[in-house]
Design a protein around this ligand. Sequence first.
Ligand SMILES: *[C@@H]1O[C@H](CO)[C@@H](O)[C@H](O)[C@H]1NC(C)=O
Ligand SMILES: *[C@@H]1O[C@H](CO)[C@@H](O)[C@H](O)[C@H]1NC(C)=O
Ligand SMILES: *[C@@H]1O[C@H](CO)[C@@H](O)[C@H](O)[C@H]1NC(C)=O
Length: 502
Amino acid sequence: MGLFRHSNELLPERRVTTGEHGARVVRRGRRFSRITRQKFWCWVLLVATLFLLYIVVFGLKVLFHGKLEGSVSVSQEVRRDLSISNAGKPPGSKHRKQHFPCEVSFAESVDDLVEPKEFMNFTQFSLKYIDREENPSRNNLFEPRFGGYQTLVEREQSFYAKNQTLHCGFVKGPLEYPSTGYDLEENDKAYMNTCKVVVSSCIFGSFDFLRRPTSKRISEYSKKNICFVMFVDKQTLSKLSSEGHVPDDSGKIGLWRTVIVRNLPYGDMRRTGKVPKFLSHRLFPMARYSIWLDSKMRLNTDPTLIIEYFLWRAKSEYAISNHYDRHCVWDEVLQNKRLNKYNHTAIDEQFNFYQSDGLKKFDPSDPNTPLPSYVPEGSFIVRAHTPMSNLFSCLWFNEVDRFTSRDQLSFAYTYLKLKRMNPDRPFYLNMFKSTREAIPSSSSASSSSTCYLINEISRYLIDNHIEDGKAQSKVFLRPPISVNGWLIHLADRTEDLRFGGM
Ligand SMILES: *[C@@H]1O[C@H](CO)[C@@H](O)[C@H](O)[C@H]1NC(C)=O
Ligand SMILES: *[C@@H]1O[C@H](CO)[C@@H](O)[C@H](O)[C@H]1NC(C)=O
Ligand SMILES: *[C@@H]1O[C@H](CO)[C@@H](O)[C@H](O)[C@H]1NC(C)=O
């Protein structure tokens, strides 16, 4: 459920205007009460017409809000509601009391920010990546894979923080074999090679609509110096274009520069989404920082401020939020099964493997527990591209490639194993509190959406539900109910309705 400021401020005003007009007409009607019957009926007709007009205008509004199947209008409406809720609530509003104080205090402006000198002076070693894999067995059934064929021995070795060459996606097959996927145009690659700082996101398989960063909150400095890259497939791009998001000559839609990915490496769109999510250091080899944003979120804060807050100020090289609700992977496994998020057998295989390799239950009472939570909320990740951070990203990606694509299941295991295998090589991970924890209860969650980068509302409206290739985000919007001038949307997660139409 979400609370929105009435999305059409003009509406009550218009109602008043029409009402006053109507009243004036009635007064005049009284003044001329002795005038002939014919004239009287003319006035009645006029009043009736005005009334009808009012009904039509108002009624259309209601219809527009309540329209379920028109994907474009629903998404536009959500977008507009989001932007209004971002703008903050008026002082003195009833709903203000429900706000929890924002816990994130970004710097005031980007003007005085300077990257700390010693920042990249964390654990130093050099990583190289396996570029090509030959057919080891010379059998004809060999099919090159994007993630390659990493043996368990290689996997074990890859966890050491030392100079090494490891699997990290983008593994090509022998020369005569077809591409393993995630193919990009040369001009896009050239552009991506220029990026020093990146904000990236992706939409594959049209499973979401496009949310543009809130431009007015982003400094000229960041607009000039940061690449905003949205990876899409061809299908998604045509859909976006049909919704009115047509890229300009340089491929830009607002701040997003769209980059078309051809030949998706996995049939499962959500697994394909893990490539840009985890491997930004490979996609943007010159970048020193990157911010990953799930497509269901709108960037609402200056990325430079985000980097300062989550990395520089926290002296961290990798920042990710913990889950707003679950802290133990055991619970996450149960939840994944309960919601049928993934093939149960595959979840069990992965989880048994992790337990046999030392994964222990999360113990919140143990002060030496290395992480504040074992379950991340990975829709927002801030990274410095340091060796340790890059290694962790590769290792996490390899788990998602080898086991299920549910990355919440592999996060804690990967982190703990990396720590365990490298006791003297620090990895500065900042696992910050989910912004949703600042929210008193789930029912009024979206009223705190004025906070920060993450638009809580969109999370409530869109449930990314199904794995295994049928990735679809679903939402069901009931017609809004108006309470004290606020619109309340009730969002149901349903199996059969698809947000974004199609
Ligand atoms: C990294 O920082 C430490 C302690 O501040 C310093 O001793 C060392 O020389 C620095 N190394 C580099 C490569 O800057
Ligand atoms: C690791 O690689 C770096 C840079 O390539 C090199 O300077 C360093 O000597 C190597 N360290 C070891 C232990 O081989
Ligand atoms: C589920 O996963 C298991 C193990 O990975 C596999 O053998 C089985 O075919 C999968 N079932 C379905 C329906 O995909």
